[in-house]
Design a binder for this molecule. Structure first.
Ligand code: IPE
Ligand code: IPE
Ligand code: MG
Length: 238
């Protein structure tokens, strides 16, 4: 039986440490990290992932040195520009979540290009979180009727949330949507993360027993015929 597709979210962490371990500038980690992302997006539909949301730049990342921020935003613009045709040809609808009013015009144009080029695609919905803060979007929705309905319309519950780089925290990513997400933390730095690692994380997800506050699957199996004859209250009293 084919299982329904899942929403996987990834906190792509560890680029800087990956580079430092090799005596390279942090930027090199981000550059290789962008390559990793390309491979992961390619394999996602084959793992029955219907929505893939990745954390590319958090609103708190503005606090990094200006050179790193500028380089990250530049890399993102290159990614959208370079990848949009490939994404379209692969049937990947690409959209961006997060604030747009603080992004440089070149990045905005590249985002616009990728979103427009891929809007008809339906094989995978790929979402990049850029200048994203879950707390900020929840706060915004709380104070405005229109934003509130947009927030709830766009909120896709996360099934599987992966964080690379060894830290075990959410860093303000998809707080609302991850209410019942299965969490997978790996020590692997993002530039080293492979499609095989993604496959392993998805396999781990399928081994989990998601209860959503109800009783475990094993306690809800079919009641035997003999049991059915007795009324439910009798069954409890026995
Ligand atoms: C993740 O890698 C990329 C971004 C946050 C933009 P980091 O740059 O956080 O790498 P580490 O955590 O310092 O190793
Ligand atoms: C989270 O990683 C943001 C992204 C991966 C884009 P950070 O490296 O910024 O998070 P903290 O500072 O370790 O919590
Ligand atoms: Mg980090």
């Amino acid at each position: 039986m084919r299982q329904s597709s899942i929403h996987t979210a990834i906190i792509m962490d560890g680029n800087g440490r990956w580079a430092a371990q090799r005596g390279l500038p942090r930027l090199e980690g981000h550059r290789v990290g962008a390559e990793t992302l390309r491979h992961i997006v390619e394999v996602a539909p084959r793992l029955n992932i219907g929505v893939l949301t990745v954390y590319a730049f958090s609103s708190d990342n503005w606090n990094r040195p200006k050179e790193e921020v500028d380089a990250l935003l530049f890399l993102l613009a290159c990614y959208f520009e370079k990848e949009s045709v490939r994404l379209r040809d692969a049937g990947v609808r690409t959209t961006v979540i997060g604030r747009r009013d603080r992004l440089p015009p070149a990045l905005l144009a590249a985002i616009d290009l990728a979103e427009t080029r891929t809007e008809h695609c339906a094989r995978l919905h790929f979402r990049l979180a850029v200048d994203y803060s879950a707390r900020a979007s929840i706060l915004q929705a709380a104070g405005d009727d229109q934003l509130r309905s947009a927030f709830f319309n766009d909120a896709i519950p996360v099934d599987l949330l992966i964080r690379t780089g060894g830290e075990q925290r959410l860093s303000d990513f998809l707080l609302w949507e991850s209410a019942y997400a299965e969490l997978v933390f790996t020590k692997r730095m993002w530039p080293d993360f492979t499609p095989t690692d993604l496959r392993a994380a998805v396999a781990e997800f399928h081994r989990r027993d998601r209860r959503f506050g109800a009783v475990p699957q094993t306690f809800t199996e079919v009641v035997p015929e003999s049991e059915l004859a007795a009324s439910s209250s009798e069954r409890w009293l026995r």
